[in-house]
Design a binder for this molecule. Structure first.
Ligand code: NAG
Ligand code: NAG
Ligand code: NAG
Ligand code: NAG
Ligand code: NAG
Ligand code: NAG
Length: 783
């Protein structure tokens, strides 16, 4: 007893220490209490006030400090507390965690930091997209919605709002529910209290925001139209990417939860608001949630993070939550949203480019990319030393004009982003920018001034010509063209955050990759396409890049899967996506990792690139049940009493809530569709269970790719299924065959049924750590 008490004390303390800063001012804290025992929301709120009153001198003070009571889908509250009060609450019985409400960022960048993105809008929607979705509601947690966008009108023949739907359209500034909402957009709520606690009252006249679900920034409109946008003919950005715009599940319903607000034209989302959105969305009846935000490492423990807590309860209720991996690549270990129950999405390119020619007066032709729409002729200048101080940064401008000229800049000098260089050229009154950067980063982007991106080699050729040319050379920048058939594609985006997970390296993250470079989708006409205040343009479609864009692609596919297979759990849906993902690009070579142009490994791309058609019919799935999550919570050190208060109705479901005896379990043993062993010291055996979701009679054979220096044995090697939904377990035994420490190696396990063409693939990620090991030494000497 004593030890376990000390353990929970230690847990509380570490959570408290993690989140409670030693400042004297009151901060918004979230108190998480597990499942909602009371069922009646009024009673739940009353119990929250009672609990909070214990750290205040009066009930009234407690009520004044409370910001949200989470009372529908789980239990908890957000309140302004000082650190003494927060620590006192963390010690109280029934409190699972107390943490400060952090501010999260959207996973898109201001476009100047990045390149473009592309979704194949030129094909009409597939039969799959037209067959499924009416019965599925996708919740988008983002900056709101521009409801007048054509992407959110009703598809012809769309049935009435389902009677079980409990959500609603909340009235607000420039948001009239019966005008904004329809059979497509069936829910719209907004959450601003947490934001206002940090940034002060929202001044909508000053910031250009709306105190309603209306989107000012454009990001939420973009992600919503990517996930579920209706079919819109002739969509384009200034003629680029022209085609039929549509989301992944054009027939699915949309419910918008505005949790992110404009702050200096950037999106900020607080954890207090995010948890309130989860509380409502799960009660409203959404089936899928798409959340394109996060906060970079150090990552909080799972139960000191609103996104992880909210998605934990969502999963228990059968709701899939899809997150973006973050835009902090290509360095390792910066991936975000790494819980075993969420889907974490990396970003990759598609096969479209915006090919643009630059002609020099020596007849040299350079190919690059741009969204430039008109021909520009001008003198060529190398801005760096005369116009700018060593770097084409607008802050390094020397005050000299480059009127009518095209300015050559290198990303490597400074270094400088294309956005900062474009602003510099605008400021110096140039007419265009030639931006040379490493080939792995180069793509088109929406710019404030005509900009062609070329690679460093080409830029160097231009510079050498410029330097040795006796007179100032002339150049022509031609209009860009949209070209389908770029190769190789997909390539993992340079910016996409990479694994391994910094807090749970035994669960592979990211899980999967999807398009996130130059994605064309609906936009708020109030928001300039570059997000720069000096950009006076108003557009209804815009290109954006980021894992923010790849996340709703997966959410759209999940909506189709959910509609086609309503009985599948979130874990089964994730399994179907991961085991059918592909790892070879359009040229049938292994997918490359942008940023290095080396082969992508599972830390770049997860299980691979999403393949929606194959995911509909995966053959086998790795499911997880309540017992798996209990074992997971045991591995985090929670007590049985705590676990019982976090797991939904374990008694009714007759689930054993006790922790496995003996040594602490590791996440490697969760029935996850990938296998990761971050510290293989001696032989380890891992069990996995697959369920047959294909034809009732099926025989699967295993094929294995060993990670370097690891012996992999799978038993049995043949799985014989004789009925639907039959479950069979197999064991994977991994033995280190080399001396190594600190290096990851990659392999795979694939189950194939000869005739039906199911290939159920799991990445195998192993780090051998044998320097201090005795076991397995014999085999090493034989190796
Ligand atoms: C925190 O607030 C409580 C109640 O208002 C007060 O008694 C206590 O002194 C405060 N502690 C700190 C460190 O400010
Ligand atoms: C909002 O901002 C405007 C413009 O800066 C200012 O005039 C107004 O007083 C502000 N309103 C509030 C409530 O702060
Ligand atoms: C498509 O849109 C572009 C620009 O938005 C316009 O110039 C063009 O005429 C439109 N084409 C059709 C067929 O409507
Ligand atoms: C460039 O090409 C044109 C037409 O082909 C030709 O007349 C001209 O001499 C060429 N210039 C140079 C510098 O090669
Ligand atoms: C800026 O450049 C344009 C031509 O590109 C020129 O007409 C204009 O006079 C320039 N402005 C200034 C302030 O030099
Ligand atoms: C490798 O094993 C040693 C000894 O058990 C351990 O201290 C170290 O943390 C391990 N390294 C990794 C990367 O797990």
């Amino acid at each position: 007893m004593t030890t376990s008490f000390q353990w929970c004390w230690g847990l509380f303390l570490s959570l408290s220490l993690y989140s409670i800063h030693s400042t004297c001012t009151d901060n918004v804290h979230i108190i998480y209490l597990g499942i909602n025992q009371a069922k009646d929301p009024l009673l739940t709120t009353k119990s929250h006030v009672q609990l909070l009153s214990m750290v205040f001198s009066s009930e009234q003070d407690a009520k004044d400090a409370m910001i949200y009571s989470y009372k529908h889908s789980f239990s908890g509250f957000a309140a302004r507390l000082n650190s003494t009060q927060a620590t006192a609450l963390a010690m109280m019985e029934g409190v699972i965690s107390v943490f400060r409400s952090k501010t999260l960022r959207l996973h898109t960048t201001r476009s100047w930091d990045f390149m473009g993105l592309a979704l194949d809008h030129n094909k009409a929607a597939t039969p799959l997209q037209l067959a499924y979705g009416d019965d599925v509601v996708v919740g988008i947690f983002d900056t709101g919605i521009w409801p007048e966008s054509e992407s959110f009108r009703e598809e012809p023949g769309m049935g009435p709002v389902p009677s079980w739907w409990k959500g609603r359209c909340v009235k607000g500034e420039k948001f009239v529910p019966n005008k904004a909402c329809n059979r497509k957009l069936i829910g719209a709520r907004y959450y601003v209290e947490g934001f206002e606690q940090i940034y002060g009252p929202l001044n909508t006249s000053e910031n250009g925001e709306y105190r309603s679900a209306r989107d000012y920034l454009g990001h939420g409109t973009h992600t919503a139209s990517t996930a579920v946008g209706s079919i819109v003919k002739n969509a384009s950005f200034m003629g680029f990417g022209e085609g039929t715009g549509r989301g992944g599940a054009p027939r699915a319903r949309l419910a918008v939860y505005k949790t992110c607000w404009s702050k200096e034209l950037d999106g900020r989302c607080t954890e207090a608001d995010i948890l309130a959105a989860f509380d409502d969305a799960l009660h409203d009846g959404v089936h899928v949630i798409s959340a394109s935000f996060g906060v970079g490492p150090p990552l909080a423990p799972f139960f000191a993070s609103s996104a992880d807590i909210g998605s934990f309860h969502a999963t228990q209720l059968g709701v899939t939550v899809v997150f973006s991996a973050g835009n902090d690549g290509p360095e390792p270990s910066l991936v975000e949203n790494v819980s075993p129950w969420g889907i974490c999405v990396a970003a990759s390119s598609i096969d479209r480019k915006f090919s643009t020619r630059l002609l020099l007066d020596n007849n040299l032709t350079i190919l690059g990319e741009s969204f430039n729409s008109k021909q520009i002729n001008g003198r060529l200048v190398d801005g760096i030393n005369y116009f700018f101080d060593g770097s084409c940064d607008f802050e390094k401008w020397r005050g000299r004009l480059v009127s009518g000229r095209l300015v050559l800049c290198f990303s490597t000098l400074g270094p400088v982003s294309s956005g900062a260089a474009a602003l510099a050229v605008l400021r110096a009154n140039g007419s265009g920018l030639i931006f040379a950067e490493p080939a792995t980063k180069q793509a088109a982007d929406v710019d404030i001034i005509p900009t062609i991106r070329i690679d460093v080699n080409q830029g160097t050729r231009i510079l050498h010509y410029l330097v040795q040319s006796p007179k100032v050379p002339m150049v022509q920048l031609l209009p860009g063209k949209t070209i389908i058939g770029r190769s190789p594609a997909p390539v993992v985006a340079d910016f996409s955050s990479r694994g391994p997970s910094s807090i749970a390296p035994d669960i592979l993250k990211p899980d999967i990759s999807a398009p996130g470079i130059n994605i064309l989708a609906a936009w708020s006409p109030e928001s300039p396409p570059t997000l720069l205040p000096i950009d006076g343009r108003s557009v209804s479609w815009n290109f954006q890049s980021g894992t923010s864009m790849s996340c709703p692609h997966v959410a759209g596919v999940v909506a189709l899967l959910r509609s086609a297979h309503p009985e599948w759990s979130p874990a089964a849906i994730k399994s179907a996506l991961m085991t059918t993902a592909y790892t070879r690009d359009t040229s049938v070579d292994k997918i490359l990792a942008g940023g290095s142009m080396k082969l992508a490994d599972p830390f770049d791309v997860g299980a691979g690139h999403i393949n929606p058609v194959k995911a509909m019919d995966p053959g086998l799935v790795y499911d997880m049940n309540t017992r798996d999550y209990i074992i997971f919570l045991c591995s985090l050190g929670y007590t049985e009493a705590q676990i019982q208060s976090m797991v939904l109705e374990p008694a009714a479901a007759m689930v054993d809530t006790s922790c496995p005896k003996g040594h602490r379990t590791t996440l490697t043993h969760l029935n996850y569709p990938s296998i990761t062993v971050p510290n293989l010291q001696s032989t380890v055996t891992i069990k996995r269970t697959v369920r047959n979701v294909g034809p009732e009679k099926a025989i699967y054979f295993v094929s294995i790719v060993n990670p370097d220096g690891v012996k992999v044995v799978v038993r049995p090697r043949i799985l014989v299924f004789s009925y639907c939904k039959q479950e069979i377990s197999y064991h994977v035994t991994l033995t280190p065959m080399k001396h190594s420490q600190g290096r990851y190696d990659f392999g795979e396990i694939v189950w194939s049924d000869g005739c039906s063409h199911h290939h159920v693939r799991s990445p195998l990620v192993v780090r051998v750590n044998t320097t201090t090991v005795v076991d397995g030494v014999d085999s090493i000497s034989q190796y």
